[in-house]
Design a protein around this ligand. Structure first.
Ligand code: SAM
Length: 231
């Protein structure tokens, strides 16, 4: 999707987004976000960009861990939900309504110690290029924390989870959000994303050194920490 389509899709979706996520991930998404935030906040006062921040679930966790956070997203509707959540939790964060595919982007709070990008790569036509351009906003040695859905490989449990994810989840999620077909793209973009190895390769293609990888959500979710080379 292009940035205008993403804005329209997520603005329409903002109010139901968090609830649908929690229900269809059987509550597991909180743990994935927690892992991402802990990977990003390596020290108190770390500067973190939560790219493709949506309703701020990762970035606000980073702020709660003591980071100085900027939330960036193309959808004002999603960021409005993030703002309400920040106020409720008495967390102070910067926000930027931006198209993160713009290579000349000027982001507040840069340079960062870490960039988080959770369920963002899947919306991009050229994810490695965008990851590379965001990693230019990092201090040398800074980290990019990528988390996304992938096609699981291997065991029985993963195959059962895949059955749920590809066949039941889109219907349940769309029904909960009250819009038929809304989550069909999730399936298509996960097939496009391919395996965990592909997500790792994207980080490498973007010029990052792989520091850590993690399989989560019964193999349906992959976390990758890439480091911007120091030299
Ligand atoms: C699936 S949500 C993920 C939100 C959040 N990171 C999370 O973990 O729940 C994807 C987000 O990417 C944003 N997005 C998509 N394309 C974008 C672009 N070109 N520039 C900035 N944000 C974009 C959407 O508005 C949406 O909020």
């Amino acid at each position: 999707v292009n940035d205008a389509a993403a804005r329209e899709l997520f603005d329409a979706n903002a109010e139901t987004y968090d609830r649908v996520n929690t229900v269809v991930s059987l509550g597991m998404d909180a743990r994935w976000r927690d892992w991402a935030a802990r990977q990003a906040v390596t020290h108190p006062g770390a500067r973190v960009l939560d790219a493709f921040a949506g309703t701020g679930l990762v970035g606000l966790r980073c702020a709660a861990l003591g980071a100085e956070v900027t939330l960036a997203d193309v959808s004002p509707g999603m960021l409005a939900v993030a703002r309400a959540r920040a106020e409720k939790s008495e967390l102070v964060v910067r926000m930027a309504v931006v198209d993160l595919t713009d290579p000349d982007l000027d982001l507040p709070g840069a340079p960062y110690d870490a960039v988080t990008m959770m369920f963002g790569a899947r919306y991009l036509d050229a994810p490695a290029r965008v990851i590379a351009s965001l990693s230019q906003k990092l201090k040398p040695g800074g980290r990019v924390v990528l988390v996304d859905f992938v096609e699981p490989d291997g065991g029985l449990i993963s195959r059962v989870a895949a059955l749920y994810f590809f066949h039941m989840l889109p219907r349940i999620a769309s029904a909960l959000a009250g819009r038929r077909g809304l989550y069909d793209r999730l399936v298509a973009t996960t097939h496009e994303m391919g395996s965990a190895a592909h997500l790792i390769a994207l980080a490498q293609e973007a010029g990052l050194e792989i520091a850590e990888t993690r399989s989560m959500g019964l193999g349906l979710v992959c976390g990758v920490v890439g480091r911007r080379p120091s030299a």
